[in-house]
Write a protein that binds this ligand. Sequence first.
Ligand SMILES: Cc1cc2nc3c(=O)[nH]c(=O)nc-3n(C[C@H](O)[C@H](O)[C@H](O)COP(=O)(O)O)c2cc1C
Length: 425
Amino acid sequence: MGNEINHHQGAPAYERDHGGGPERRNAYLPISEMGKLAEEGLFTAMFLGDIAGTAGSPAFDGGPPEPITAFAALARDTEYLGLIATASTSFYDPYNLARLLGSLDQLSDGRAGFNAVTSVSEEWALNYSKEGHPDRKTRYQIADEFLDVVTGLWENRSLRYDADGIRRFYADPINHQGKHFQVLGPLNVAPSPQGRPLIAQAGGSGPGIRVAAKHAEMVFTNANTPQQAREYRAQLDEALVEAGRPAGTVPAIPGLIPYLGRTTAEAEERQRALDDHVDYELYAPFALIQFGLEYTFDSIDDPFPLDQLPKPEDVQDTIKSTYGNYVGLYTWISDNPGVTVRDVTAHSLARGGAQHRKFVGSYDDFVADLATWHEEGTVGGFNLMFPTGVIGIRDFVEEVVPRLIDRGIYRGSPDSRPLRERFRD
Ligand SMILES: Cc1cc2nc3c(=O)[nH]c(=O)nc-3n(C[C@H](O)[C@H](O)[C@H](O)COP(=O)(O)O)c2cc1C
């Protein structure tokens, strides 16, 4: 389950008018409430994205909290829930991050995960004593070396019982002398019951997939159709084999944004009520800002000016944000002639989750949809991003979870294994 970075832009006003939202006295409380509901709903993990600078101002509640800090608190509020924190290999120092995530793994008894991203924002880079954000190829070279260092630090340590019966921590230096990092080691944090945190990766381009194939134990992806999921699976499997790992071993988990109700009409009505809280005139010029693209239009109800956008193949190396997301959006606009500027703004920005698949329909239809994907077997699950956060997850836990269990495609008790083991089958 994802966090409020991906909420519908109308969510806070919707909560105010309909009730049922979290207490918003501080930015942690909504995370805590979502996490506790996720545990009640027997979720594998909560997955917090991270914005390493401002995401435009003003942000709801001052923006989401930093994931590792929030998870340190959530670890005490939950017992089984996996805690996967996004952190950028472009901005952190590997020893620092290995310590922070190693500590989270300790205090959660082996429930921590690291979603390694390279980030996209030029402005964020300027907060980290950098001259700018490197190009994609360089970013992933840095990410690869970064992951070599953190795994080296995590794997060269152990807790052992000595002859006197006392457990002590032993660790070896790693003496890493690389192009981007020089790290002596050892790490000063003891391993958890799962040895080290799970490594996840999010980034869909060729270099991103190669880094995932070498290091990751799960990948967070984008798949709007079973065909896209199959194509991604084939790319990842090819890269896994090249990296000397068996095909099919690293689950790909796409984002999914559910708009649900007892009937399709009710789900559509909920989505409409959220949409009504968005000022589309204000948002429309920023619909493609995540890709660093601008366009002009006369009215938000005109057809979207696709001819003003570059063809994906022409910007594969330069596009801001994830390339796969841009392909998805471009294809969606060209496949749906007549979509308006308002539609694209809703799809790309206002309804949350960038380009992740949005399902609008009844609880029963949603369960049937998930069963079809389950049978197909190309994805290892979904990263659910609820448009209304707490309201959405509560509804899901009450209405969808029991239906999934009845259908035999969901566990009926908490998964208490260390997090890494949960992604192995
Ligand atoms: C599903 C998904 C989620 C991502 N989440 C984050 C995030 O929370 N924070 C971040 O800085 N970058 C995030 N990224 C960006 C990636 O780290 C990467 O920098 C970017 O996608 C460009 O590389 P790509 O073309 O390989 O996808 C995400 C990417 C994907 C595909």
